[in-house]
Structure formats: C-alpha cells, structure tokens
Design a protein around this ligand. Structure first.
Ligand code: NAD
Length: 334
C-alpha cells in the first residue's frame, strides 16, 4: 500500500510510519510542516527504507499536497497543533491547520478518490464524570485545541455525506511512549525527574486520563484504515485510567527521584476533569490494546533514559523559553 501520512514527523505519526514500513512493507510519503513538535530526527531510522519520501510542507499548501498525494492509495492525517496550553495562549495556528489544512487535504483526497483517515482525540467530547463516551456522544469541546479538532471531524464527516469520500475518523485517548515532545505530562515529568527539576502538577492533580501506549494507537489507526466502514468514527481508547498525581508518583518511583520535587501550580483555565472512551466499536473490528499502563510506562521511562541524544537538543532550545513562560520558572541546567 502507498500512504500519504501528514504530520508523520510528530510523536504518533512517526510511530505509525515506523509500524507501516516495518510491519506492513508500505511505501510512505510523509508531508510535515516541521513545527516545533515535528522533527525529521523522529524518522531518522526510516530515511533509507524502500518507498520512504519526505516532503517539507504544510497541509494548507494545496500545491504541495497535490504533488504529494499523486499515486497514494490513502491519506492518514496526523498534522495538528496538539498542545492545549499553547491553544489557550495562541490559538491562530490551531485554526489554520485544523480547519483550513483539513479542508485542503479533503479536497485533494476527493479529487484523487482515495480513502482518508482523520486522527482525532477524545477531547472533542469534553469532560465526563462517570462512564465513557461512545462515538455517538455529543461533541462538547472546551479548549481552542479540542474545538478546532471537533470542527475538523465535522468537516471530514461532511465529505463522506456530501461527496461520498471514503473518510473515517479515529479518536484516541491520551497517548504516551517514545518520541513525545516534553511539553506533555509524561515526558515532562520523566525528564524533569531525571534532572532533579521540580515536577509541575496542575491544580490538585486529580484529573483522570485514559492512557494508551502509542504503538497500540498506531495499530488501531492502521486497523481502521484497513477494516473501518467509510463514514464511520471509531474511538480507540487505552486499557487503563489513571489520576495525574498517581502518574507522577509512578514516574518518581521508576526514576528513583524524590516526592519532594512535586510542585503544585495554578490549574489550566477550563481544565477538563476526566476523559474516558468506550472502544467497543473498534474492538468489534478485531483490534485490542496490548500494552497495559504499568508496562508501557516502564518502557517509556527506559526510552527517555536511554535516548538523551533525542531530547537534549529540545531541552536546550526554544523549549526552555516556553517552559519559563508556562511555569514561571527556568529549567535547571542539569
Ligand atoms: N498526543 C495525544 O495524546 C493524542 C491523543 C489523541 C489524538 N491525538 C491526535 O493525534 C495527532 C498527532 O498528535 P501528536 O501527539 O503526534 O502531535 P505532535 O505535536 O507530536 O505532532 C504533530 C505533527 O504535525 C505537524 N504539523 C503541525 N501543523 C502542520 C501543518 N499545518 N501541516 C503539516 N504538518 C503539520 C508537526 O510538525 C508535527 O510533526 C493529532 O491530530 C492529535 O490531535 C493526539
């Protein structure tokens, strides 16, 4: 199969591309704008693989998309601005990429008559106190990030209803694993714990998230691409829920750091309390998560510990200024 993978230089996209090339022998063209979160280094081991190509462009660039899609059997779209905190401070790029960028890609997929998978998030449903969201739960996004992702989902669905495009939507829960940019909770806490820096915890730390190991989500997306019904949405949630503060404590144990590093900071405005996804529909297609949270977290901590060459340039670059703006204190030099 020949795939066009947009946003394939990011965290989940690069794990997906690795899986498709290594396990399925697919030819993959990655189209990525290389924002602060996208890095060619994430694909370094795949550069010489048969059929691999990289295009440096944004999904909103219709000319670049038209060239990149030629000959593809399907498009999988990971391209997004993904950090809720940044969407609160500077929402502009979220609107350009999620609304206009998705539109450009949909038009290209329609013109070429190819299958299209939109990678989306549980955050489009908003927060839920008890129970789990199904695919037919109402969309109640609460941040500019989740609102623009929800808008993109509606546009994708409309291209199936209106034009008959073979479009599908895959909504994942919180991912964790190798190659995740350290602004997100798990890599942030792992790297700070390894360096003896304070571990920032929002509010009371009692927010609940449903965690999925990135390789499980990547397999889920591949499964929906191969077996999903056009026009349908599939939730792809992880096997375990955890309270944020417990996640921080587990990481402290795995790293061998001190609990004294925990530092409570002002909560994010409009912070959702709990996310939870019911994934029966994708399970009925034959997909199952394989990695439980304890095992995945151990693997993740080991990966960050062993891959300093991957995160050192990030931790010493623009990320330092972002961190200081966000948490009002500098990262240590360790
Ligand atoms: N990380 C999670 O927990 C999670 C959970 C569920 C769903 N998702 C969704 O999965 C997708 C990937 O998330 P991630 O965590 O890998 O994000 P990421 O921030 O690590 O990667 C995003 C990638 O998209 C690229 N990109 C951004 N704007 C672009 C544009 N206009 N054109 C082309 N490329 C662009 C970036 O350069 C980067 O490579 C997103 O759509 C996100 O909403 C993420």
């Amino acid at each position: 199969m020949k795939l066009l993978v947009c946003g394939g230089a990011g965290f989940i996209g690069s794990n997906f591309v690795r899986q498709r090339i290594t396990d399925h022998g697919d030819a993959v063209t990655v189209l990525d704008k290389l924002t602060y979160a996208g890095r060619e280094e994430n694909l370094a081991d795949l550069r010489d693989a048969d059929g691999f190509a990289f295009v440096h462009a944004g999904i909103e660039d219709a000319g670049a998309v038209a060239e990149a899609i030629a000959g593809a059997d399907a498009v999988v779209n990971f391209a997004a601005e993904t950090h809720v905190d940044r969407s609160i401070a500077e929402p502009d790029a979220f609107i350009t990429t999620h609304a206009f960028g998705t539109f450009v890609l949909l038009e290209a997929a329609r013109e070429h008559g190819v299958r299209y998978v939109q990678v989306s998030t549980d955050e489009v449903y908003g927060s839920i106190e008890e129970g789990s969201f199904t695919e037919s739960s109402p969309l109640q996004p609460s941040s500019p990030y989740s609102a623009t992702k929800a808008g993109a989902d509606l546009l994708v669905a409309s291209y199936h209803h209106t034009y008959g495009l073979e479009s599908l939507i895959c909504r994942g829960s919180n991912n964790y694993g190798p190659y995740q940019y350290p602004e997100k909770l798990i890599p942030l806490i792992v790297l700070n714990a390894l360096h003896g820096d304070p571990l920032p915890v929002y509010g009371d730390g009692q927010q609940v998230r449903n965690w999925i190991y990135v390789e499980d989500f990547a397999r889920g997306i591949g499964h929906v691409l191969a077996h999903g019904a056009p026009g349908e949405t599939y939730n792809v949630g992880g096997p375990d829920e955890a309270v944020n503060l417990d996640v921080v404590r587990r990481i402290i144990d795995l790293v061998g750091a001190s609990e004294d590093l925990i530092s409570y900071v002002t909560d994010r405005p409009g912070h959702d309390r709990r996310y939870s996804l019911g994934s029966e529909k994708v399970r009925a297609l034959g997909w199952e998560a394989q990695v439980r949270f304890d095992e995945g977290l151990e693997r993740t901590v080991a990966w960050y510990r062993d891959n300093g060459a991957w995160w050192e340039p990030i931790r010493s670059g623009e990320y330092r200024a972002y961190y200081e703006r966000q948490y009002g204190r500098a990262l240590g030099d360790g």
